[in-house]
Design a protein around this ligand. Structure first.
Ligand SMILES: Cc1cc2nc3c(=O)[nH]c(=O)nc-3n(C[C@H](O)[C@H](O)[C@H](O)COP(=O)(O)OP(=O)(O)OC[C@H]3O[C@@H](n4cnc5c(N)ncnc54)[C@H](O)[C@@H]3O)c2cc1C
Length: 483
């Protein structure tokens, strides 16, 4: 069935899964008002794969599979393949203005990265190595949409997982049978879990210590697996209000907690289990960061570019776009967009072949620079929206439909700007408010600050692993010797 349509994606979600919203079980996630628009936005991504304008970028006729698969699943061996991957990520990201961080391409490329390192999983056993490769092929052939959950609940950070007041909270293996592992406990934050096809679980951060073996498991199961429950946060979706909430009404990705209640994970879905040594090495040694950050930095470039464009239009609407201090502000926004844009291109330029599997990996450190700076740049641009918009951001009608009410003439006069009518300016500012003032906007700042993991740990890792460190130290040492 490779390369699904939107309708096929939607049909696949009506599978009896257990999703809870505000204390009530959701019957059909595809038409539940709080999810329906996001499901439709995701379905649109699947339909784009069949649009002849994008088909050859978003999908590829794979010799390995003997059929067409989504571009993100392709294992890159040439620079052109890397560029095409970036172009595919860009098409998806532009379709959602960069607002759906967990679009299908994100986990599809992560899975390809894991499967490309079969040898890593073979260190545990050939069965586990076969399991990850077979699972990758299954997901690619069926063009599935995955969510993932890495973290334990935020408990007592001074204690290890098994030392918590209730050791049953953090997800762990409680039994092994001929069919598979029985797992029990909780994971978070699984974005898009209510309407994903499958969930991939691997624990993070990779700092497991002796005693935590039962928690060190990597596996994947369908979202309708018995015993798997999804609990949602409050929705920020504003169903149907496309003019008044242009982004949240279309792209509010639901974040969820996932509870595993004595869940059976069949052996062919277990990729690593009860092994803290391997788990602590997995994040780094499977090289998943190189391939996923290529996608995430591409998406962030699109999102920052979108916010920059809103800033320009707001400055024009206020008649201040040519003022020196506004030019400076906009120039700083450009610099942020361009730095993130450069990370993917630089990573492709400096890509190198891994002799073990023949794949061409984008440069890790170019990409890590984007992951480290995204959490700074995105809030900075959002702050610029607030600064430029000033009180205009809240001096808005309840709904743009008020422009059809008897007060429309007064509204029009009170809201117009430089070369822009009141209604158009209100629409622009409603968009800006969705980015910088709504709960949806706040969630996006939090997302960009956290999606790549806690930033301090990320930066420490960058310094620890920096591959060009010696290159710069050697230069300094030679200079010092010359003194
Ligand atoms: C909107 C959103 C969507 C997300 N989507 C997903 C998803 O799809 N899948 C997924 O698996 N995860 C997802 N995440 C989770 C994300 O990976 C984490 O939020 C991120 O890794 C930070 O971890 P945390 O939330 O547990 O925060 P914490 O680790 O609790 O960090 C919070 C703060 O605690 C302090 N702190 C933490 N550890 C230490 C320490 N050792 N020493 C001193 N201080 C410390 C720091 O001040 C830190 O800033 C999402 C998060 C958000 C916000």
């Amino acid at each position: 069935m490779a390369v699904r349509t939107g309708q096929q994606f939607i049909a696949g979600l009506r599978d009896g899964r257990e999703v809870w919203y505000n204390g009530e079980r959701v019957n059909d996630v595809t038409c539940f008002p709080q999810f329906a628009a996001s499901v439709a936005s995701l379905a649109n991504l699947y339909d784009l794969q069949h649009d002849e304008r994008y088909r050859d970028t978003l999908t590829v006729e794979s010799a390995e599979f003997g059929e067409r698969i989504g571009r993100a699943f392709e294992m890159p061996r040439t620079r052109e393949q890397l560029q095409l991957k970036r172009e595919a990520y860009t098409i998806f990201a532009r379709s959602t203005c960069g607002m759906m961080g967990r679009s299908p391409d994100f986990l599809n490329v992560m899975l390809a990265a894991l499967a490309a390192k079969r040898s890593f999983f073979a260190e545990l056993s050939s069965e586990r190595a076969d399991a990850i490769v077979n699972y990758y092929q299954f997901v690619a052939r069926n063009d599935l949409f995955l969510t993932h959950a890495l973290l334990d609940p935020q408990l007592d950070k001074s204690k290890l997982r098994h030392e918590q007041s209730d050791p049953a909270i953090c997800l762990r293996v409680i039994d092994r049978t001929a069919e598979g592992l029985i797992v029990h406990g909780i994971k978070r934050i699984a974005t898009a879990a209510p309407y994903a096809d499958e969930i991939l679980v691997w624990p993070f951060p990779p700092t497991f210590q002796p005693g935590e073996e039962a928690h060190a498991n990597v596996f994947a199961i369908p979202m309708n697996t018995p015993g798997l429950k999804v609990f949602c946060r409050p929705s920020f979706a504003n169903p149907g209000a496309r003019h008044d909430h242009p982004l949240s009404s279309q792209f509010d990705e639901m974040d969820a907690t996932v509870v595993f209640d004595h869940v059976l994970v069949p052996w062919d879905r277990v990729f690593l289990h009860e092994n803290i040594g391997l788990l602590n090495r997995m994040y780094r040694e499977t090289r998943m960061r190189e391939l996923t950050a290529h996608q995430t930095n591409t998406r962030l470039e699109v999102k920052l570019g979108f916010v920059y464009a809103v800033l320009v239009r707001m400055a024009e609407a206020a008649g201040v776009v040519a003022r020196p201090e506004i030019m400076e502000l906009l120039g700083e926004a450009v610099a942020c967009v361009e730095v993130i844009r450069s990370t993917t291109r630089s990573a492709e330029e400096q890509a190198s072949v891994d002799m073990e599997n023949g794949l061409l990996y984008p440069d890790l450190f170019a990409l890590q620079a984007g992951r480290a700076l995204g959490p700074v740049f995105y809030p900075k641009l959002i702050g610029m929206l607030r600064r430029l918009g000033g009180g205009g951001l809240i001096q808005l009608p309840v709904s743009l439909s008020e422009f059809n009410a008897p007060i429309s003439a007064d509204l029009e006069r009170s809201l117009r700007g430089s070369g822009i009518g009141g209604r158009e300016k209100a629409q622009l500012f409603k968009l800006a408010w969705d980015l910088c003032g709504t709960e949806f906007g706040a969630r996006h700042e939090l997302y960009e600050m956290n999606y790549a993991g806690e930033r301090g740990a990320l930066l420490a890792g960058v310094q620890r692993e920096y591959g060009r460190k010696q290159y710069y130290l050697d230069h300094l040492d030679h200079f010092m010797e010359s003194l």
